[in-house]
Ligand binder design. Structure first.
Ligand code: MG
Ligand code: MG
Length: 257
């Protein structure tokens, strides 16, 4: 069942999302060649705990960290390790915050140092596809309109749209109904009504859309081991507008590409 939110609940989600946005900003300052991904996780976790919130992902179904950190061919659900970022990598940082009874969830993919032009384009196109999806997330539209907007844009570039992992409702639970696929048909799926709060999160592959799960039980990577990008925002649907609840502002103040 879809849990529609009141304006007061959406205001509470925005408080959670502000802590999340600033935690991302702290991580962004430290994305440089040579940094260990474990260090990034520690920075985010400390920031979240210092603001009387808790990391949504830690221990979620047994997940071992505060951030999902997925480099290069890893699509999502990777976790931090002693791996040191190197020039030419890309790194997806997905973070969730629980505060005041509500979760917030957003993700960003960064180039590390000098990244190949075709990979940089993947990042730019995937980020733009998120905003194409958001433009279609308006009152009276359908979840299929969001998926169609993302898919039709990125497929022009020959990219693969991951099918098995999708966006979702967010609220008192990290993952709620409805599912928000990054592919689909206009006018299909669930209707977007007042009070719907969803995470839209394109996961776009440079090559094949197919994915496999690594033997660590978490990390999802592309089947052809070519790079994958992931950007995520949460939005709230109102009859007269759609509001983006999460923010990449603190990332982009510190990190330009
Ligand atoms: Mg999400
Ligand atoms: Mg996420």
């Amino acid at each position: 069942m879809i849990q529609y939110k009141s304006e007061a609940e959406i205001e509470a989600i925005k408080e959670s999302a502000l802590i999340l946005a600033k935690a991302h900003g702290e991580v962004a300052k430290n994305i440089v060649p040579g940094v260990k991904t474990l260090t990034l996780d520690k920075i985010a976790e400390e920031y979240i705990l210092d603001h009387k919130a808790s990391p949504s992902f830690k221990n979620y179904n047994g997940f071992p960290a505060s951030l999902c950190i997925s480099t290069n061919e890893n699509v999502v659900h990777g976790f931090p390790s002693g791996y040191e970022l190197k020039d030419g990598d890309i790194i997806s940082i997905d973070c969730g915050v629980y505060f005041n009874g509500f979760h917030s969830d957003s993700a960003y993919t960064y180039p590390v140092g000098n990244v190949k032009e075709e990979v940089l384009q993947l990042l730019k196109v995937t980020k733009t596809s998120l905003y194409k999806g958001i433009e279609s997330a308006v009152y009276g539209n359908w979840t299929g309109d969001i998926g169609y907007a993302v898919q039709s844009y990125v497929e022009e570039f020959g990219y693969g749209v991951v099918r098995e992992l999708v966006g979702h409702g967010v609220g008192r639970n990290l993952h709620e109904e409805p599912e928000i696929p990054n592919y689909g048909k206009r006018g299909k799926g669930k209707k977007l009504k007042e009070g719907l709060v969803i995470a839209i999160e394109p996961m776009i592959n440079l090559g094949t859309k197919n994915i496999v799960q690594e033997s660590d039980g978490w990390t999802i990577r592309t089947a052809d081991k070519r790079p994958s990008a992931h950007f995520e925002h949460m939005v709230a649907i109102f009859e007269d507008r759609t509001e983006i609840l999460t923010s990449h502002q603190y990332i982009e103040e510190n990190y330009k590409f």
